[in-house]
Design a protein around this ligand. Sequence first.
Ligand SMILES: NC(=O)c1ccc[n+]([C@@H]2O[C@H](COP(=O)([O-])OP(=O)(O)OC[C@H]3O[C@@H](n4cnc5c(N)ncnc54)[C@H](O)[C@@H]3O)[C@@H](O)[C@H]2O)c1
Ligand SMILES: [Zn+2]
Length: 469
Amino acid sequence: MSDLTAKVYKDAKGSITVEGYEALKYNFHYTSPVFDVQNEKLAEIYKRWERVLIVMDTIVHPIYKDQIQAYFDHYKIEVTWKIVKGGEMHKTMDTMLEVVDAMDSFGIVRTEPTLVVGGGLVTDVSGYACASYRRSSNFIRVPTTLIGLIDASVSIKVGINHRKLKNRLGAYHAPLHTFLDFSFLKTLPVGQVRNGFAELVKIASVGDKAVWDLLVKHGKELVETGFGFKEGGDAVRAPGKEICHRGIETMLELESPNLHELGLDRVIAFGHTWSPTLELTPRIPLRHGHAITIDMAYSITLAHSEGLINDAQRDEWFTLVSSVGLSMDHELFDDELISIATDAIKKTRDGKQRFAVPDGEFGKCKFLNDVPIDKLRSVLKTHKAFVKERFGSGDGKEAYVDAGDLGAEPEAYANGSAKSTNGHSEDAANPLKRNGIAGNHTKEAAVSAGAVAVDGSGDVTNGEVGTSA
Ligand SMILES: NC(=O)c1ccc[n+]([C@@H]2O[C@H](COP(=O)([O-])OP(=O)(O)OC[C@H]3O[C@@H](n4cnc5c(N)ncnc54)[C@H](O)[C@@H]3O)[C@@H](O)[C@H]2O)c1
Ligand SMILES: [Zn+2]
């Protein structure tokens, strides 16, 4: 929620200036289980309305609907459900407008908050609906994935994909409250837990040494047990809690002074330089967590080659990510991708590289600029040789998106029989398909992921969408 104070003044020539400041306030509450009838926190908010509009996706709703219904029944709060299709293919204007229509038929009252329960996808789409509805309306978030809990719901960004462009439309729109309940990890598939774990590796590597040390000690069991919520109990939950709470707080401290992302040297951009392009380059996209881990792993090799971290630190980093089953390399992470992705990301960073890397120790960050392309290529060679020697292919477990992530069967998506995000069919299967999962459309991937387009030669153009084959 925000409050605007503004003053209006006229200068000697009669021009009028409005100068305003917006006070922003939104809260995070650690509470678990949020939908336990003994836990009044959420019900307190809705008591005055005696009703609630809840948005969820088709996968999470059946798992939690009975519990949520019983919770609100207990407090005599009437529930209206809006169930939307999940998956990136449904992160669209159509889905966003479905939520708008639901708010309309519900007759949502000016300050009445819509309740959004789900992963980063449903909170992004519904948050955008709330940002747009009557120019701004309230919402409350209850994230149910690890990505949602420690990343998507920590930010105030909301949005949707547009055509083939990722997160191209959106807003900065803070919810009234975010309820952080890690017990949702009990039902989250391990592949999704691992995906979110990568964001914790990111924040720890360059933002918080204490979290890093905890990850090294407990990482494997945290991923395998859903942070102690599938099995393992308090012994695993305790370090998991400390890691997540510190991770969230570190992220808030780093990003809150930069809510609108005007500052471009961003610590949390570690792992997010080449990965936006890499993630979308295979015929079936990589999971975000795997793409950013490959990017981070390469950045670690770069930091090592610059003398910023020593052998022992590099080895510790790789040992952790390998032990949890995250990817460290990919056959399509090659010289061409490095150069296209570097050009693409520079356009979003005001022409500079701003490669975030650990600085001397984990938890500290430095930004590298003007690294020559030859150096990037030689580091890539070193990286691939190192991964191959120590870890084989460097492939992670369940590294590719599944039907839940996509909102369509991956193979149907890849061969063009699934509907794309803009409702049209995707291009036919890529002729460069190599091993059934790999294809190569690095240039288009750079366009889809980043803020820029590349032309047929791989050069960055002026923002027109590239159509190279
Ligand atoms: N706003 C931001 O700053 C921000 C940050 C990071 C990611 N994101 C966005 O978030 C999205 C990814 O989020 P995500 O990884 O949470 O994906 P998601 O919302 O698609 O969830 C992943 C899968 O897990 C299922 N699921 C969710 N909670 C579950 C539970 N508790 N038990 C069982 N299944 C469950 C979902 O139905 C889905 O199939 C992307 O669209 C990304 O752009 C936004
Ligand atoms: Zn990320």
